[in-house]
Design a protein around this ligand. Structure first.
Ligand code: NAD
Ligand code: ZN
Length: 351
């Protein structure tokens, strides 16, 4: 006997931008038994208007850093949910950057096998990327993001109010992720000057364009098994190696992504996928962004070894997302050690 079961594994996710009333209505539709808040302490003041409007009565404010994505913190929040008597009809608001989103998303998926959550990303980077898509993770002392699941938030709420308190480097970090989208599709344009001038209106508009684009891919492959979402990793193979090699201290994620995009462009050109003339245009567009430099002491061999551990690599063979031209991505292209090391030398020469 052979039976086929079609299982729709993921719930829908509604994107709401800068409209508290709609957010409130959407949450009411979930008929919550109670609404609770897990929030980064740094946005405690800004979040008040949201919690007041939603009548949130139970809150926890956390001092957030990358190390908060830990098994200990996961335990602590599980206990907190239990003390709060959360049930399967409760709704959790996760307010903070990518760290809060990754941590709380994972806690929500594993508490009682799944409690609904609302993602309220507060960094530019998280509004552009991790706020939607449902990927969550915690770190261990041997690897980053190694334990995690995919669990969609029911609602993602974007608010430009959070941008105002972001330090300069967080804006540049967001810019890195925003620039990535301009290579994936011709529909999104990013002006570096809007970021430098902190033109929140323009940044907000561009943010929702990027997230809508990301959601269009997520809907086609919610659990990230078909490869549809792979193109979102453009620039990320090298970025992850760079972040890991520098212990996640020297670069903000989006800063590393800009170096990663530069690296991916060089590899694409060297492989003959990207025309020299286009490479020069794209390269000069990226020159306007000021970034921490790659430490000269960092060896290509080490970065290569780390790239072999990338989630896209198969049996130690590096697979990169490369580019033919803007809007034309080539997924999962094998890159040899020699190609990797040559590109790294060229990257160091240029930047
Ligand atoms: N799940 C995904 O799809 C995905 C994608 C990309 C990155 N990530 C993860 O996201 C994390 C990085 O996210 P991030 O860059 O948002 O980091 P983060 O959450 O650590 O935030 C960066 C810093 O900004 C502070 N902050 C947050 N909002 C603020 C605000 N409005 N004003 C002032 N300060 C504020 C935080 O306290 C922190 O110090 C990493 O752990 C990464 O692995 C996940
Ligand atoms: Zn990223």
């Amino acid at each position: 006997m052979k039976n086929k079961y079609i299982i729709k594994t993921q719930s829908e996710c509604i994107l709401v931008q800068d409209d508290l009333l709609i957010l409130k209505k959407q949450i009411e539709l979930l008929k919550p038994s109670q609404i609770v808040l897990v929030c980064d302490k740094k946005v405690q003041n800004i979040v008040r208007s949201i919690t007041r409007s939603l009548q949130v009565r139970k809150s926890i404010f956390l001092n957030i850093q990358e190390s908060s994505k830990s098994i200990n913190m996961w335990m602590q929040l599980q206990k907190q949910f239990y003390k709060w008597n959360l049930d399967r009809k409760s709704v959790v608001l996760a307010v903070g950057g990518g760290v809060v989103g990754d941590l709380v998303g994972f806690v929500c998926h594993t508490y009682m096998r799944g409690v609904s959550w609302v993602s309220i990303p507060t960094t530019l980077l998280s509004q552009l990327d991790s706020g939607v898509g449902g990927k969550n993770a915690i770190n261990t002392n041997y690897s980053k993001n190694i334990i995690g699941t995919v669990y969609q938030p029911r609602i993602c709420y974007l608010s430009a109010d959070f941008f105002k308190t972001l330090p300069e480097r967080e804006i540049t970090s967001g810019l890195g992720e925003a620039l990535k989208y301009t290579y994936l599709t011709n529909r999104i344009r990013v002006n570096v000057s809007d970021f430098k001038a902190r033109n929140y209106k323009k940044i907000s508009k561009m943010t929702s364009e990027c997230l809508n684009y990301k959601m269009s891919l997520v809907c086609r492959d919610p659990l990230d098994i078909l490869g549809v979402r792979q193109k979102l990793n453009f620039g990320h193979t090298f970025a992850h190696s760079l972040e890991t090699a520098t212990n996640f201290r020297k670069f903000r994620h989006g800063e590393a992504v800009i170096h990663g995009i530069r690296f991916a462009l060089i590899v694409s050109k060297n492989k003959g996928l990207l025309k020299d003339s286009l490479y020069e245009t794209y390269r000069s567009n990226l020159m306007d962004v000021e970034l921490p430099r790659i430490p000269r002491s960092l060896s290509g061999e080490e970065l290569y070894r780390l790239a072999q551990k990338d989630k896209k690599s198969i049996s130690g063979e590096i697979k990169m997302v490369l580019l033919e031209k803007k809007g034309k991505i080539r997924n999962s292209i094998s890159v040899t050690k020699e190609e990797f090391l040559t590109a790294y030398e060229q990257l160091k020469l240029h930047y």
